[in-house]
Write a protein that binds this ligand. Structure first.
Ligand code: SF4
Length: 297
């Protein structure tokens, strides 16, 4: 078991290190699309600098942005995956190792002590959110580097049910107008709608992990995503907040049934350097990187 654990730690550490440097396929494609669609010269130049940044990150083996965030994991874990019980420790050690090999910036600060021990590991860090899936023996592991700028617009609120979906739209627009610029647009906006702020907030992070362009399975949810995307683009924030035709890469909504007396909304955003990744690992440690096609570790 010790040998297997070490193998898994090594694999996941190399995966995290890779995601710090190479943007996922959907983000790269979307940035290309927005650049080609852009008409404002300054905004076009900003997109050019983003692509130059990516080329240099690869060439110099450096992170895409200096802020490599606090690592979050979201896992769909097969109930029969043989190393399920070891995963907590494996993921923690993988972050510790990735911090050295990537390298990742030292971001994890202990609450109250206000100390940063330079490992990116600490109390409930990495943060891990699980979904256990029956009749499967593999894991689908999503990683997300929650940077400071892109965590700043994160909000959740519980509204009176009479506020309705209009109340959600107003809240999203207010937050994006006030705080979106801190997160290095164009943004991927993740929204959770549920009956309490904690559930809505976690769902808004799951929403950030969906492939850009995918739609909520409920046609009304899909329509709301489309309308919010069109509306937020009209704000004119543009890449890096310097004005332009597009403010967002997309809007994704995830939902959970709510209490009749409450309607809660959670918001989280991914920045232009949205460092998320998805890897499927089988019980024999063979793997497929879903988010970055053609990349090997
Ligand atoms: S918002 Fe994103 S690109 Fe901007 S500093 Fe933070 S991690 Fe880097």
């Amino acid at each position: 078991m010790i040998k297997e654990k070490a193998k898994l730690i090594d694999l996941i550490a190399r995966f995290i290190a890779m995601t710090a440097k190479i943007l996922p396929d959907d983000v790269s494609e979307k940035l290309k699309e927005l650049k080609n669609r852009e008409t404002v010269p300054l905004a076009k130049a900003v997109y050019d600098s983003m692509f130059e940044n990516q080329e240099k990150a690869l060439k110099l083996n450096r992170p895409s942005c200096q802020d490599t965030g606090v690592v979050n994991f979201f896992i769909r874990a097969g109930a029969s995956f043989p190393y399920l019980g070891a995963l907590n420790e494996v993921l923690t050690e993988a972050v510790r190792k990735a911090t050295v090999i990537a390298p990742l910036r030292h971001n994890t600060v202990a609450i109250f002590e206000e100390k940063n021990d330079g490992t990116n590991v600490g109390e409930r860090a990495p943060f891990i959110n699980w979904e256990i899936v029956q009749d499967r023996d593999d894991i689908e592991l999503y990683s997300y580097m929650a940077g400071g700028g892109c965590s700043l617009p994160g909000r959740a609120i519980t509204l009176m049910p009479s506020a309705g979906y209009e109340g959600i739209v107003k809240y999203v627009f207010d937050m994006m107008v006030d705080w979106g610029i801190n997160a290095c647009p164009p943004l991927l906006v993740g929204i959770g709608i549920a009956g309490s702020a904690d559930v809505a907030s976690v769902l808004s992070k799951w929403a950030l992990l969906r492939p850009i362009g995918s739609r909520n399975p409920n046609p009304k949810g899909a329509e709301m995503e489309k309308l919010l995307e069109e509306g937020l683009n009209k704000i004119g924030v543009g890449p890096q907040g310097l004005s332009g035709s597009s403010s967002v890469m997309g809007v994704h909504i995830e939902t959970a049934a709510r209490h009749p007396s409450t309607i809660s909304v959670g918001i989280n955003v991914g920045c232009w350097s949205h460092r998320k990744g998805c890897i499927r690992i089988k019980r024999d440690f063979s793997y497929e990187i879903i988010s970055h096609k053609g990349v090997s570790l």
